[in-house]
Design a protein around this ligand. Structure first.
Ligand code: ATP
Ligand code: MG
Length: 503
């Protein structure tokens, strides 16, 4: 089949084909770009696989252009250099000799060149022994049928699709399926199990039955994959349109307890005296999807480019109730309780981030804070709530208050529509109250108007606990509305406190 799509007529693709013809090489655009072409999804990265053509013996190419030391797949580099040269000034080339690959950046596009390869695996590593191979062998080692399609760029068959595993059919059927025996594919490189679930989630596809079963059978092999790689896939799942689908597949295949036991522990409902509680796992996933729905216009591919903030808000949604299993208790009167689950959950966040190899920086701190504070707004919906309580929350949440309110809105997952309506309305009132107070008192990014150095200077003090006490007293007085958020009032207040202490 000859592909008929304007994208394949891009000048840069013709240029690559021409350079390959000149060098006596065959070349194909392969993998994600081809898949996304048929899915009509944007895709910047172009992977090009290069094969020595029948017309030119490999010896000639290696003798002329690529020395033995330059490694097996020197032909990828060779073509990349020719392409970069033709593209001229706007192109930047990076060569990775050890891997036999080269990357050309041009007008925001990344062109990746590599010689066709054959792989063989050892049991203890996902890094294969690599040798030169044919196009067919290169397609055999690809992860999924939809990722194994190649389009020829040489003039003699420009645009011809080589699709040995009916990737086109699987795209139509919306199926993720390995090209060869899935047990071997997954055992060879267990990262592919994560990739299968990531692609299914990202594209809204199903896992082929045998592929699914093979993941379940090979799940323990995930142990040889680094945490960093797993985290990368998890983040891609998180940025999909419906991230819950990925977590459900991880659960159903049995991978979840191996990579994230705390999340797996949210599953299930315990019943006592006829009273059950919510299944926290499915509730959590609903909250996560609710948060993801706040970015409705995103195509899943644009997901990569989502603001960081979006990603970490989604992580906060995933972790908001993570402390529930540890705080669960049965109270004969009240039924199931989860006291302090927000606090317990917040304490778990740094440990979970460390284990999953997520960043231990301000992103983690943000997620920790959101988990910690997620029950606070709900306590503010009563009529009688004091301004002081609202100010304290504004102060603690700071600039993240809007995200916190989004999370709380998303957290309402009751099936009772009237109840949901009522909660949303009440949150609107809380927001209104926050806006009014913020306008009046500017609490959100409030820094106490008198700092410790000033307090020490005022009373000729050395650093001591009294300084901290006075500072905290001023902060509390402002948050409680005893004094306005102004410097003069603060100084006067400290002076009064000092006088009292002197008596
Ligand atoms: P994305 O849109 O996420 O970039 P992609 O399909 O381009 O999707 P990449 O990780 O960029 O994914 O990999 C490019 C291609 O390389 C894939 O389409 C697939 O053919 C192949 N590939 C990548 N990783 C593996 C793997 N672990 N096992 C087998 N083939 C792989
Ligand atoms: Mg890619």
């Amino acid at each position: 089949m000859i592909v008929n799509d304007p994208k394949i007529e891009a000048p840069v693709l013709h240029l690559i084909g021409e350079e390959a013809d000149r060098l006596g090489l065959e070349c194909y655009v392969i993998g994600g770009w081809v898949r996304d072409l048929f899915l009509h999804r944007p895709s910047d990265d172009i992977d090009v696989v290069v094969v020595t053509s029948d017309k030119v013996t490999k010896d000639k190419v290696t003798k002329d252009k690529v020395t033995k030391e330059e490694g097996r797949s020197g032909i990828g580099i060779l073509l990349a250099e020719a392409v970069a040269k033709r593209l001229g000034k706007g192109a930047h080339i990076a060569v990775f000799k050890t891997y036999g690959t080269a990357q050309v950046k041009h007008k925001g596009q990344e062109l990746e060149f590599v010689g066709a390869r054959r792989e063989s695996y050892r049991r203890d590593s996902r890094n294969p022994i690599v040798e030169d191979g044919t196009l067919e062998e290169d397609q055999n080692r690809r992860d999924f049928t939809i990722n194994a399609m190649a389009i020829c760029l040489n003039k003699h068959s420009y645009g011809e699709l080589l699709d040995p595993f009916d990737g086109i059919g699987d795209l139509e059927r919306c199926i993720i399926k390995t090209p060869l025996d899935p047990d071997i594919t997954f055992s060879d490189d267990p990262l592919r199990m994560m990739r299968a679930i990531r692609f299914a989630t990202r594209l809204g596809f199903n896992l082929d039955g045998e592929t699914f079963d093979a993941i379940a059978r090979n799940k323990e092999r995930i142990g040889i994959i680094t945490k960093e790689r797993i985290a990368e896939e998890l983040n891609k799942i998180m940025l999909s349109r419906r991230p819950s689908e990925g977590w459900i597949l991880l659960d159903k295949t049995g991978l979840l307890p191996l990579i994230f036991p705390e999340l797996a522990a949210l599953k299930g409902v315990e019943v006592k005296e006829g009273r059950g509680h919510k299944d926290v796992f499915y509730h959590t996933l609903k909250v996560l999807d609710n948060i993801a729905n706040l970015s409705p216009a995103l195509s899943s591919r644009e997901g990569d480019k989502l603001e960081d903030r979006e990603l970490w808000l989604r992580w906060a949604a995933l972790l908001h109730d993570i402390g529930k299993p540890r705080s669960k208790a049965w109270d004969p009167q009240a039924g199931w309780t989860f006291r302090n689950h927000n606090y317990i959950g917040a304490k778990m966040v740094p440990k979970i981030f460390a284990r999953l190899k997520l960043p231990l920086n301000e992103k983690m701190e943000y997620v920790r804070k959101m988990v910690d504070l997620h029950m606070r707004p709900i306590n503010l919906i009563e009529e009688t709530v004091t301004d002081s309580a609202v100010r304290r929350l504004l102060f603690e949440a700071g600039d993240d208050i809007d995200d916190l309110m989004l999370l709380c809105d998303a957290d309402i997952t009751s099936r009772n529509e009237q109840k949901v309506e009522r909660f949303h309305r009440n949150y609107q009132l809380v927001r209104q109250k926050m806006v009014e107070l913020e306008e009046r008192d500017r609490i959100r990014n409030f820094q106490p108007p008198v700092n410790g150095d000033e307090i020490m200077a005022m009373f000729h003090l050395e650093p001591c606990s009294l300084v901290g006490e006075l500072k905290a007293a001023v902060k509390d007085a402002i948050l409680d509305g005893v004094i306005p958020n102004e410097r003069e009032a603060a100084i006067q207040y400290i002076n009064e406190l000092w006088q009292k202490k002197q008596k």
